[in-house]
Design a protein around this ligand. Structure first.
Ligand code: RB5
Length: 149
């Protein structure tokens, strides 16, 4: 069991390239009794990742969610799209150390995963760590403030 640092539902979305990992991720969240909102995509039809990134970033900027997870083939397209939005700090992670550090130091609020790059077991572990690691604040707070300025 993991304890997520947020009480709000985790906002999750994927494109067609991330659908099977997203499904596994939703099952993991359910298993851990972590509330989530899934914004699609709901079919295997080819679709455009910026549209789904926007649904998750909207959920965060509107205050419905504090943390989001986006899955595409590489995680990169989703991260580029998400980082266009003020207030969003999205990180593509392919290892657990980066997932921990991007929460501790960058206060990342969106995790991006690449289904075609990262194996499912590792990706789920990365998501666990992302969801349970707090921001350290302190000297990192002013750096994050500069990102937002
Ligand atoms: C879709 O084929 C693929 O381009 C997309 O999932 C993602 O990897 C983009 O960055």
């Amino acid at each position: 069991m993991i304890n997520a640092i947020t009480q709000k539902p985790v906002a999750v979305a994927c494109d067609h390239g991330g659908r099977s990992l997203a499904k596994a991720l939703l099952a993991r969240l359910e298993e851990n009794k972590i509330p989530f909102e899934f914004y699609g995509t709901h079919t295997d039809d080819s679709c455009d990742y910026p549209d789904f990134a926007a649904l998750v970033t909207d959920a965060i900027t509107s205050g419905k969610a504090e943390l989001g997870i986006l899955v595409c083939g590489t995680g990169i397209g989703m991260s580029i799209a998400a980082n266009k939005v003020h207030g969003i700090r999205a990180a593509v992670c392919g290892d657990t150390f980066s997932a921990e550090m991007t929460r501790r130091h960058n206060n990342a609020n969106v995790l991006c995963l690449g289904q075609r790059v990262t194996g499912e077991g590792l990706a789920l572990k990365i998501a666990d760590i992302f969801l349970e690691t707090p921001f350290e604040g302190g000297r990192h707070a002013k750096r994050v403030e500069k990102l937002e300025a």
